[in-house]
Write a protein that binds this ligand. Structure first.
Ligand SMILES: [Zn+2]
Length: 114
């Protein structure tokens, strides 16, 4: 369960950013979670109340998540495809040889102001 530690880091960053900008209250925190990041959104939802506990800035705030699709480029036939939907295999030629183009990220997309 790495989710709790990366979520805590994201909340720390959001808190620092808000403090630097004289923001007293955060309405929502939007995270970008790649399909291939290995993180499960359900755990972020579960841990968010825990991680934001005793942080007045986050009181009543909402966690939002944007899933980023895991896209790959086939090294054999140059087809672009979704890794999750095709179980890591090119739907055109069946090759597993690929270059990952996106979907491994985990980052803060935006911080909503209260
Ligand atoms: Zn292919």
């Amino acid at each position: 369960m790495h989710e709790i530690s990366v979520l805590k880091q994201a909340v720390d960053i959001a808190e620092e950013t808000a403090t630097e900008n004289n923001i007293q209250r955060i309405a929502y925190l939007t995270l970008e979670v790649g399909e291939l990041s290995g993180y499960l959104p359900v755990f972020f939802e579960k841990y968010y109340p825990l991680v934001t506990e005793n942080r007045p800035m986050f009181e009543g705030s909402e966690l939002r998540m944007v899933m980023v699709p895991g896209e790959a480029l086939c090294k054999e036939c140059s087809a672009m495809y979704n890794v999750m939907r095709n179980e890591g295999r090119c739907p055109k030629c069946g090759s597993r040889s690929k270059k990952i183009l996106g979907g491994t990220e985990f980052r803060i997309r935006d911080i909503g102001l209260g």
